[in-house]
Design a protein around this ligand. Sequence first.
Ligand SMILES: Cc1cc2nc3c(=O)[nH]c(=O)nc-3n(C[C@H](O)[C@H](O)[C@H](O)COP(=O)(O)OP(=O)(O)OC[C@H]3O[C@@H](n4cnc5c(N)ncnc54)[C@H](O)[C@@H]3O)c2cc1C
Length: 347
Amino acid sequence: MDTVIVGAGFAGVSTAYHLARRGAHGVLVVEKEAAPGMHASGRNAGLLRQSSDDPEIAALLQRGARAARRALRDVPGSIRRTGSLIVGRGISRLAAGPNARVLDASEIVKGLEGSALFDPDDAVVDPQALLQIFVEGARSRGVTFRFGERVTAVRTARGGIEGVETTKRKIAARTLVVAAGAWAGEVAELAGSDGIAIEPRRRHLFRGGIDRPEGRSWPFVWNEEKGVYFRPEGDGMLLSPCDAEPHAPAEPEVDPARRDELARKVADVFGMLGEWRLGPGWACLRTFAKDGRFVIGPDPRVKGLFWVGALGGHGMTSAWAVGRLAAQVILGRRAPGPFDPRRFEAR
Ligand SMILES: Cc1cc2nc3c(=O)[nH]c(=O)nc-3n(C[C@H](O)[C@H](O)[C@H](O)COP(=O)(O)OP(=O)(O)OC[C@H]3O[C@@H](n4cnc5c(N)ncnc54)[C@H](O)[C@@H]3O)c2cc1C
């Protein structure tokens, strides 16, 4: 192979897709699980949200969201143009989509107090449907996928990548792309890179509901100041207490204390909308670099090693744009700019 990509989450499949679109041959994606998106990518909240307080990330979010809306248009049931309402102090800091505007929250959700940033183009999407578009697009252009196979070792010589070993075989490759989400640090370490600290953090999502029939047509509502959000989900809602506790790269368990925390926050912040009920939930890991920015580009130390990760809470919305940037950088056609992993080496 020319290029091995470790991980079939959004980072890996989008990079594979964009490499193949640019004519790259010999691209292989290796995924330890039996299918794509078994971790953060397939189990996130599905919010296509374009705003961020980091303008460089916001630019990728807007490009990614545009592409996702286009791609999902013809996949029945995969996208709902709900719009978004971001409330709480600090909304003026956000770089947002071209049609976002500040208004009184009650104009959109009756009873909700305060001013809000409303983006009519934000949406709720099915993460698995979006992942599949990248997987099928990559496959049809010649990318190979190997599922149920974990990368266990990386072979290097003269400071460069020579190949990988998996639980099933040895594979020669000159380029290795670490798109391993919460496990990115571990995989990069196998190649002898240890200069970039990646921190996985656990986040919970819970099912719930409120007795307001019109709630089904509400946008997703996020109070960033208090750290809590909800979005319509079938007959009910999906909610998060926006927890961000550091966690080892592993399958996280659900902590019942987070459900209690969510109940308190919901009563405090959204109690004016009515009586809420909360049901079961799940947890998975978001992954961050020290400065909160994505990490896309060449490793500072190991030749042929590339990072595509630390996508925090934005990896689904930005996926298309992240993979495009990564592919251009890997092919030597563009500089990684603000996402360059070498920024950590300079300090
Ligand atoms: C609760 C929650 C809610 C979120 N909500 C949103 C949202 O609403 N909107 C949004 O845009 N983003 C959201 N995110 C963020 C988004 O899900 C992530 O940024 C994105 O999925 C990260 O993708 P990834 O490919 O980097 O990582 P992952 O999806 O974790 O993929 C990495 C893959 O690498 C594989 N792997 C690891 N090590 C190896 C190895 N040694 N060999 C082979 N394979 C390996 C793993 O099995 C995994 O499948 C949310 C995240 C969480 C946790």
